[in-house]
Design a protein around this ligand. Sequence first.
Ligand code: HEC
Ligand code: HEC
Ligand code: HEC
Ligand code: HEC
Ligand code: HEC
Ligand code: HEC
Ligand code: HEC
Ligand code: HEC
Ligand code: HEC
Length: 424
Amino acid sequence: MNHHDRSINAGLIVFSLGILAVCQGSGLAQTTQTPQVNSCVVCHSDMQEDMKGSIHSQQGIFCDRCHGGDPAQSTKELAKAPGTGYIGAPSKKQIAEMCGNCHANVEIMNFYGIRTDQLAQYKTSMHGKKLFQGDTNVAVCSDCHGEHDILPVGDPGSSVYPLNLSKTCNRCHGNEKLMSQYKLPSDIFKIYQTSVHGKALLEKKDTGAASCISCHGYHGAVPPGARDVGTTCGKCHMNEKKHFLESVHVTASEQGKFSECISCHGNHEVKPASKVLYDQTCIRCHSAEGPEAKRGGEILKMLTEAEEKLRSTTALVKQASIEGIFVEPEMASLESVKTNVIAMAPLQHTLSPERVSELHKKVISNTADIDRSIHQKRQSLWLRKLALIPMWALIIVMISALWAKYRQLHARPGNKKDGKEKRS
Ligand code: HEC
Ligand code: HEC
Ligand code: HEC
Ligand code: HEC
Ligand code: HEC
Ligand code: HEC
Ligand code: HEC
Ligand code: HEC
Ligand code: HEC
């Protein structure tokens, strides 16, 4: 806004004050006295524009509720006079307190039924702790939510909506200059984008996939310590978590020598799971010739064999079906084999060859049964085809005989003619 605009605006106030009535209807407005006339928006129409459609303006919350001041006064001096509580543009610390004035106030928030622990949580986070120690580079409420254009968190346009969230964090965490001051990496978002979670969320729009806050929390955003990581991943991957807890690495984990899931999968870079991990991860910490790597190799062999069996038997059944063999029962058995193969992936987190071998054995014997059954059906189909040979031979003989008879009748000279002539 330039000075020319401001003087025009000031002139307009006189006319506007009488007309301007702020719409209010919320519980908040009923419990507090917001003036019927708002001079702030007369001079700051651009801010009013920003606020349009925001959750706060829908609730009749206006400038003075955050900035203080007296909107009933038409001049700038009176509107912002000492004693009006005017704070102007708030500092970051003031912002946390400003938002907390309402959001940590149970009496106000009860009416809306939303939680009131945001400020308290925030103070326990790395961001909050640092802010109250005087570091203004960290995120405060308005860095994540915006200030004038705040939308409900479930609104697809909100800066903290799952699909937009990682970009909101990345505004700072992707800033190399800023992050280098804290010796933190600035490529987290780039790496995350290519991970199985980032792709599922950002490309497939699968809001069930992990975003920054699924692993870090939001108001209490702190990096999970080595021991919490499994809990974090385990919120969504319950079976893997359960079986990991039965594995040889639990004690090492408790002693801080092993980081549960991320020792093998990584954190921001989690890739689609693959058996390749066995070749790559065990030898990062164990010798390639040692008993640990050997055990890994044993499990790997079972996983590979089971998958290979499933593949070859599936191909066999498909081919039989094309050949016209009735394969419904084999298809059904194949489904249960598939279930067992799928169950091996979480189960191998026990790193127990015995446990994995239970499923492995089932897969091997069930696929063998299916293979055998298909071979038998094929054989009996052939037998039936063979049994048809004499039938066909008989038919051919009979057709030949009939044909011969027909030719014979035709070949007798004057046969038909004679008959006709006789009758007429
Ligand atoms: C008569 C016009 C006028 C009125 C009324 C007015 N303002 Fe302002 N306001 C201004 C101008 C001009 C500025 C530019 C900065 C300055 O000169 O102080 C400003 C600046 C601000 C700032 C930024 C301060 C900073 O430090 O950058 C805030 C916040 C603000 N006003 C809020 C309000 C609120 C809240 C009200 C209502 C209680 C209000 N204003 C009423 C004209 C007005
Ligand atoms: C929900 C609280 C809230 C409400 C309501 C609100 N503001 Fe603000 N406003 C903020 C915060 C927070 C900042 C500081 C943003 C920052 O520095 O990052 C700010 C900054 C400002 C600034 C100075 C910074 C700038 O962007 O130029 C002005 C001027 C301002 N607000 C005016 C207004 C006016 C006028 C209204 C009413 C139409 C209003 N605000 C309503 C929270 C609010
Ligand atoms: C680091 C980013 C970040 C900061 C800082 C932050 N928030 Fe949030 N906030 C979020 C996210 C993300 C959600 C939405 C979580 C979800 O999807 O449910 C949220 C949700 C909310 C909600 C909706 C209710 C709830 O608790 O889920 C409110 C209200 C809220 N925040 C207020 C605040 C206030 C007040 C502050 C400052 C004291 C603050 N936030 C600081 C990221 C942040
Ligand atoms: C005057 C009291 C008040 C102040 C100050 C205030 N809020 Fe709110 N806020 C509310 C009310 C009331 C709601 C509406 C709750 C509802 O309708 O669910 C709300 C809603 C929200 C929501 C949406 C919650 C949801 O469930 O989706 C967010 C996010 C939010 N405020 C953040 C902030 C931030 C950030 C600040 C500080 C810049 C702030 N608020 C300052 C009263 C306030
Ligand atoms: C306004 C900038 C800003 C935004 C936005 C922001 N952060 Fe931060 N964050 C920082 C800064 C600066 C630090 C460094 C604090 C320190 O280490 O002293 C930090 C620290 C962290 C840490 C602790 C890292 C460590 O080990 O020291 C985590 C985790 C984190 N942020 C996660 C998030 C998440 C998740 C979001 C989005 C929901 C987010 N941040 C949004 C600025 C921001
Ligand atoms: C799948 C879970 C997961 C997701 C998603 C995730 N993180 Fe992390 N993040 C972690 C783990 C685990 C650590 C490491 C903690 C440790 O080593 O104790 C970490 C570490 C960090 C750190 C500290 C940096 C470091 O290397 O020490 C920051 C900052 C951070 N993450 C920010 C983010 C941001 C921003 C996003 C979203 C773009 C994000 N994280 C997404 C799990 C996740
Ligand atoms: C010792 C290394 C290791 C550890 C520790 C580990 N995993 Fe795995 N994980 C693997 C391997 C190897 C596979 C691939 C198995 C396959 O393809 O058959 C896998 C597969 C997965 C899969 C895909 C499984 C499926 O059903 O397709 C998920 C999800 C997973 N792990 C999550 C986790 C979680 C969560 C944790 C921590 C509780 C964890 N992992 C700990 C090595 C590990
Ligand atoms: C918010 C829930 C959530 C959290 C937390 C989470 N994940 Fe995932 N994860 C998913 C979803 C959903 C998918 C499937 C993505 C897809 O569609 O490909 C997935 C996929 C995976 C895969 C690939 C599985 C496969 O079949 O190839 C692995 C490995 C994995 N996550 C490991 C982890 C690890 C390690 C952590 C903790 C650092 C973690 N996840 C945290 C939801 C989560
Ligand atoms: C991040 C490092 C790390 C990775 C990766 C890792 N391990 Fe371990 N493993 C350990 C630690 C630490 C111990 C505990 C050793 C100790 O306390 O003496 C351990 C113990 C074991 C043990 C028990 C050894 C004993 O003497 O009781 C087996 C078996 C084992 N790991 C197998 C594996 C297999 C298989 C893989 C790959 C799928 C693997 N580990 C990947 C670090 C790792």
